[in-house]
Design a protein around this ligand. Structure first.
Ligand SMILES: *Cc1c(COP(=O)(O)O)cnc(C)c1O
Length: 396
C-alpha cells in the first residue's frame, strides 16, 4: 500500500490509542520477575488498581486478554454442570454464554433484540422462578461493545436482592472500566472482569478479576478443573510470586496509565467520555442515521453503533473509510454484521480526535454515496464547543 501521511485514527472500541507516555514507559529493559524491584512494582499496582474498580477487595492480574478473565471467573466459582443465567443481548454477552456451555455449564439465556441492555425485571423474574436456587451465577456484560448498550448494574443487583437469590453476580466491565462509572463493592459485584486494551489505554495482555469475599468462598468449594486460571496462587501473591511469568513490561505501562488516570481524575474521565458519547450521537442523528441502542437510558459512554441505511453495506463503507481516510471503524458483530458500524470513543481521546473521527465518517458517507443529511459533524462540534469547559484538562 502507498504511504499514507499523517496519523491513523484508530477509532475502534478497543484496542484503543495508547498515550505516548505509556508507550515510553513500556519500552524499558526487562526486570527479573522474581527480583525485588518487580515485586515492589507489582505490589504497588495490585493495590492501585482497586480504586479503578471501586473496590477494596483483591484484583487479580493475569497475563491474558479479557477473554481469559471470563474463563477464570467461571472455573473458579462453578462446578461442572452448574446452572448459570446469561444473556443473548449482544455479541460479547453471547460469546460468554457460549464459552460457559463449551466448558460444561448449563446456561439459561435471556434474549433481547440486541438494541437494549438486559432488563432488570426479566432477571428478577428468572431468578424468582428458580425456587430451588440452582442458578449459581449471573453472567452480565456491563458495556456491550457490540451494540453500545450499557447495563444498569445497580438496578440488576437490586432485582437479584428482591428475588432473594444467592447467585453470584459476575460482571464483564472490559469496555467500560476507566470509561464509565463502575462500582464493584457498592453494586455487590462478585467478580469484576477487566482487560487492559480499552479504557485503561494499554496494549492487550493484562486481564483482571476483582473478586468479592463471596466469590472467594465459592472458589474454595468450586470443583471445576483449573490450573492457569486458578485464583488460589494469585490470592497469595504479594507481588513477587506470580505462579508464572507476568506480563512484566505491561506493568510499567499500567503504572504510567494509572498516573495519567490519577492526574485527570476518574470522575473527570467519565465526564469526558459522556460528552464524547453525546456528541457522537448528535452526529449520527444529524446524518439521519439510526443509533443501534434504542433505549436512551442504556446509552454506552465508550462506544456508539449506527445502522447503515437499508441496502448499504456497513463493511463496504468501513473499507472505503479505511482506504481513503486511514481510519478503521468497528465492524458490526454477530447479527449486526454488515448492518452497523461502530465508533469507539474511549480511552486516550480528546475533542479534536473525536471531531476528526466524525469528520472522517461524514466524508465516508459522501464518498460511499450513502444517503444522509449533511451537518452531523457540525451538530457534534456545536455541542462540544458549548461544553468545552468540561473538556479534560491537561495532565500534570
Ligand atoms: C473486548 C471485549 C471482550 C474480549 O476481550 P479480549 O481482550 O479481546 O479477550 C469481552 N467483553 C467485552 C465487553 C469486550 O469489549
Amino acid at each position: 500500500m502507498a504511504y499514507q501521511p499523517g496519523r491513523q485514527f484508530l477509532q475502534i472500541p478497543g484496542p484503543t490509542n495508547i498515550p505516548d507516555r505509556v508507550l515510553r514507559a513500556i519500552a524499558q529493559p526487562v526486570l527479573d520477575h522474581r527480583g525485588p524491584e518487580f515485586a515492589k512494582l507489582a505490589a504497588e499496582l495490585l493495590v492501585r488498581i482497586r480504586p479503578i474498580f471501586k473496590t477494596r477487595q483483591p484484583v487479580l492480574i493475569f497475563p491474558a486478554s479479557g477473554t481469559g478473565a471470563w474463563e477464570s471467573a467461571l472455573v473458579n466459582t462453578l462446578s461442572p454442570g452448574d446452572r448459570v443465567l446469561g444473556f443473548d443481548s449482544g455479541q460479547f454477552a453471547l460469546l460468554w454464554t457460549q464459552m460457559a456451555r463449551k466448558m460444561g455449564f448449563e446456561v439459561e439465556t435471556l434474549a433481547t433484540d440486541w438494541r437494549r441492555a438486559p432488563d432488570p425485571a426479566a432477571i428478577e423474574a428468572a431468578l424468582s422462578a428458580d425456587r430451588e436456587k440452582t442458578i449459581k451465577a449471573v453472567l452480565l456484560v456491563h458495556n456491550e461493545t457490540a451494540n453500545g448498550c450499557m447495563s444498569r448494574v445497580a438496578e440488576i443487583r437490586a432485582a437479584m436482592d428482591r428475588a432473594h437469590h444467592p447467585a453470584l453476580l459476575l460482571v464483564d466491565t472490559i469496555s467500560s472500566l476507566g470509561s464509565a462509572d463502575f462500582r464493584m463493592d457498592e453494586w455487590g459485584v462478585d467478580v469484576a472482569i477487566g482487560g487492559s486494551q480499552k479504557g485503561l489505554m494499554l496494549p492487550a495482555g493484562l486481564a483482571f478479576c476483582g473478586v468479592s469475599e463471596k466469590a472467594i468462598a465459592a472458589s474454595k468449594q468450586a470443583k471445576s478443573p483449573r490450573c492457569f486460571w486458578d485464583w488460589e496462587p494469585l490470592l497469595a501473591n504479594t507481588g513477587g510470586n506470580f505462579p508464572y511469568t507476568p506480563a512484566c513490561n505491561l506493568f510499567f505501562g499500567l503504572r504510567e496509565a494509572l498516573d495519567l488516570i490519577d492526574a485527570e481524575g476518574l470522575e473527570n474521565i467519565f465526564t469526558r467520555h459522556a460528552r464524547h458519547a453525546e456528541a457522537t450521537r448528535r452526529a449520527i442523528r444529524g446524518w439521519g442515521l439510526e443509533i443501534v441502542c434504542a433505549e436512551p437510558r442504556d446509552y454506552s459512554q465508550s462506544i456508539t453503533a449506527a445502522f447503515m441505511p437499508d441496502g448499504h453495506s456497513a463493511d463496504s463503507f468501513r473499507k472505503l473509510v479505511l482506504e481513503r481516510f486511514n481510519m478503521p471503524l468497528g465492524a458490526g458483530l454477530g447479527r449486526l454484521a454488515d448492518k452497523a458500524f461502530r465508533i469507539g470513543h474511549l480511552g486516550d481521546t480528546n475533542d479534536l480526535m473525536l471531531g476528526g473521527t466524525l469528520f472522517g465518517v461524514e466524508m465516508g458517507l459522501v464518498a460511499a454515496n450513502v444517503p444522509h443529511n449533511a451537518g452531523g459533524v457540525m451538530a457534534a462540534l456545536s455541542y462540544l464547543a458549548e461544553r468545552s469547559g468540561e473538556a479534560g484538562r491537561i495532565a500534570a
